[in-house]
Design a protein around this ligand. Structure first.
Ligand SMILES: [Zn+2]
Ligand SMILES: [Zn+2]
Length: 327
């Protein structure tokens, strides 16, 4: 009897515990990256619970992380900052932070728990295409470089990329290589062979991660690239570039015939293989007046063009020429 009275005057032998967040986790994190937090545990009697471990428990009961209560201040215990890894897939996930029931020195601390929810996000990913030749002969194969990089710095080697036509149908695939492009932190890349469409004109293609990779948080990224397709060249056009009045050959002049392109050699000759048609023939070289004329090509042809040196006070004349202009 007296023992019961004594006990009534003591603190209760069972203490409830409350679990709270010290540093709350971010509401949204990149999929597969760290969720960082600290957890606080307290009982109404302000017990020092340092050394006790608090667990992060997944809905299936698995313990995904644990951290010891390390600090005790103002009658509350707190873990240091710790992290566990968010799932690789995009979605909303919940865990329960559990302080397990434990007994020490005749005092029972009851289990305390707190649910947390974190959303995982797709990574900010970009795809790029470079080294696209243009023009490309219709129905002919060509090769492009494709690369992908992720803001979370993911290792993307071996991930499959596909190239799609205007309808979204896959026309080529490639796997990103082992190591990032020189001078970049994480631009994983590969070369992909593509076949040009069987019709002339401007075409665009898109790239994206292959559907097999859509489980990744990178699936949403895409990029486009364009090129021009032309009929196969049938004829050879030889352009001899000479200096006006002097008649001397002009070397290293850019000679453009529509979308075709060549440079003059030391004898002033530039040879361009081209299909039948009417073209804008443009010749340009720094320090010379740009020349533009129309040329009908119905067979192999040689033309001589004279270019005049421009006065030094107009050195920008070169840039007034628009090489994209086409007849
Ligand atoms: Zn207590
Ligand atoms: Zn990533």
């Amino acid at each position: 009897m007296s023992k019961d009275v004594e006990r009534a005057n003591e603190e209760p032998r069972t203490h409830l515990t409350s679990v709270a967040l010290g540093r709350p986790p971010a509401a949204e994190v990149d999929a597969g990256t760290d969720i960082v937090l600290t957890i606080k545990v307290a009982c109404p009697y302000g017990c020092d619970l340092r050394g006790r471990v608090i667990n992060v428990i997944a809905p299936d009961g698995a313990v995904v992380a644990g951290s010891g209560l390390a600090n005790f201040a103002d009658n509350a215990n707190e873990t240091t900052e710790f992290a566990f890894t968010a799932p690789d897939e995009v979605g909303e996930y919940s865990w329960t932070l559990v302080f397990p029931k434990h007994e020490a020195e005749g005092v029972v601390h009851e289990e305390g728990s707190l649910p947390i929810t974190v959303k995982t996000l797709a990574h900010d990913t970009s795809l790029a295409v470079w080294g696209v030749p243009s023009p490309i002969v219709i129905d002919h194969p060509f090769r492009v470089h494709v690369g992908a990089t992720c803001s979370a710095g993911c290792d993307l080697k071996g991930k499959e990329i596909e190239i799609c036509d205007e309808t979204g149908a896959s026309i080529a695939r490639g796997k990103l290589g082992e190591s990032p492009w020189d001078g970049t932190r994480a631009l994983y890349w590969t070369e992909v062979d593509v076949v040009a469409p069987a019709r002339e004109g401007a075409t665009s293609r898109s790239i994206r991660f292959a559907p097999t990779e859509l489980r990744l948080p990178h699936g949403g990224a895409s990029a486009r690239f364009g090129f021009e397709t032309v009929k196969p060249p049938q004829y050879s056009v030889t352009v001899k570039v000479v200096q006006k009045d002097a008649g001397t050959p002009v070397e290293d002049a850019q000679v453009r015939l529509g979308v075709y392109f060549a440079c003059s050699d030391q004898t002033g000759l530039a040879r361009v293989a081209t299909a039948q048609g009417t073209y804008s023939l443009d010749v340009l070289k720094t320090g010379y007046e740009a020349l533009s004329r129309v040329l009908d090509v119905n067979g192999d042809v040689t033309v001589e063009v004279e270019v005049a040196i421009i006065p030094p006070e107009n050195p920008d004349a070169y840039w007034l020429f628009d090489p994209t202009k086409r007849i």
